[in-house]
Ligand binder design. Structure first.
Ligand code: FE2
Length: 190
């Protein structure tokens, strides 16, 4: 059976949401499951491999983020099964279905890892926000609420990551006020 067929497979259930809507919701949730598993393992990759003067605080922060993502993996997978669906939660399924790019294996210091994670938390946040609207439109307020809960925390975590980067993005690459080689607009800051 292909991943697409598995991702939309439904078991008999007494739940009152129509099957036509549940098929679509389960597909969206399985996309989220893949992306969440992928982001969790990438965040652990950063936790293990970060180096530099900020090692300890980043090592701890990345572990906290990975722990939250692990909770979302379980919440999302169990929403799939509550809707009568089949959860696709293996490492191989995550790798083939994730919307995220692979983590760079050639980076070293804290800022590079924070940037790599911010570059992945941002599209993940976008996917989650889009899923709030899609599942609302499909008449599933509970799944939309689950997505809203995840969205609020992921936005906050993107802030935590970007707060490490914004000073140098505003002031220039070396983070000093005198080195304003980029205007805030050029650096994408409004
Ligand atoms: Fe650890």
């Amino acid at each position: 059976m292909s991943d697409n067929t598995l991702a939309s497979r439904l078991y008999p259930t007494r739940i009152d949401l129509p099957a036509a809507a549940r098929v679509q919701i389960v597909v969206i949730l399985n996309q989220t499951l893949a992306a969440t598993l992928d982001l969790k393992t990438q965040t652990k990759q950063a936790h293990w491999n970060v180096k530099g003067t900020d090692f300890f605080q980043l090592h701890e922060l990345f572990d906290e983020l990975a722990g939250e993502l692990e909770e979302y993996v379980d919440m999302v997978a169990e929403r799939v099964t509550a809707l009568g669906g089949y959860a696709l939660g293996t490492a191989r399924a995550a790798a083939s279905n994730s919307i995220l790019p692979e983590y760079p294996f050639d980076i070293l210091d804290g800022k590079e890892h924070v940037t790599a994670l911010a570059d992945r938390f941002a599209p993940y946040a976008k996917h989650i926000r889009e899923a709030i609207n899609k599942t609302n439109e499909l008449g599933d307020a509970d799944t939309a609420d689950l997505y809203t809960e995840i969205s609020r925390t992921i936005d906050k975590r993107l802030w935590f990551l970007e707060a490490h980067l914004q000073v140098s993005e505003i002031k220039g690459d070396n983070g000093t006020a005198g080195a304003t080689t980029k205007t805030p607009q050029k650096a994408g800051i409004r």
